[in-house]
Design a protein around this ligand. Structure first.
Ligand SMILES: [Zn+2]
Length: 220
């Protein structure tokens, strides 16, 4: 029996599978140069395909002669997703197209590691959602107060959302680069408010009508 042709593979994280998988290297292209000072550099482009889900992507390996042997800068196109999109994201496309496209940009900034853009985006999303909930009554402080007044958020949550907005403001006006751990917290709080306001809140409100009421207690 003839042997199966050997395929060239490498292990890397898959954009769809969310874990490291074997990828087949379908083709390779190179571009390198030597500088006058004797140093050299180059790019190796690998067109790869996940052997699990079959998604294809490009892996770019950049090397420089002065780096430690074997050290390379690796970039993927499309980038490896750093933050999983919430399941309900697509439901927003019709309900609120502006919010949907704002969120898409926030998650793209996350994938590319653009921390400042991401926190500014989260701040814009918060402004959009708060205006939807309490109308355009003024600045962030006023809107947060109105959310507490309408019992949409608690006093404790108000403090947390204040920090989320402050993180975005510091990035926009003071050049602050929030660390990833803080951005993840900011994203979680933002997602919670959107889910509560646009997805699960209205869904549960509608479901109330169909839930049979508790039987009334017999009086002695
Ligand atoms: Zn895959």
């Amino acid at each position: 029996m003839a042997n199966k042709p050997k395929i060239n593979t490498l292990k890397c994280s898959c954009v769809k599978c969310w874990v490291e998988t074997d990828h087949e290297i379908l083709s390779v292209a190179e571009n390198s140069a030597e500088e006058r000072d004797g140093t050299s550099w180059g790019y190796i482009y690998k067109f790869i395909q996940c052997l699990g889900c079959k998604t294809a992507s490009i892996r770019e390996e950049f090397w420089f002669s002065e780096w430690d042997h074997g050290h390379m800068e690796i970039t993927y196109y499309p980038p490896r997703t750093k933050r999983r999109r919430p399941d309900w994201l697509d439901q927003l496309e019709d309900r609120d197209p502006v919010l949907f496209s704002l969120l898409k940009e926030v998650y793209e900034a996350a994938d590319y590691g653009h921390h400042r853009l991401m926190s500014m985006g989260i701040r814009s999303v918060m402004d959009h959602v708060m205006t939807y909930l309490v109308e355009d009554i003024g600045g962030f402080e006023k809107k947060l107060d109105a959310l507490v007044e309408k019992k949409i958020i608690s006093d404790k949550q108000r403090e947390l959302y204040d920090t989320v907005i402050e993180g975005g403001s510091a990035a926009a006006h003071r050049g602050y680069k929030p660390p990833w751990a803080l951005l993840e917290n900011m994203l979680e709080l933002m997602e919670f408010l959107i889910n509560q306001s646009y997805i699960s809140g209205p869904m549960l409100e509608a479901a109330k009508v169909h839930i049979p009421p508790r039987p009334s207690q017999k009086k002695n």
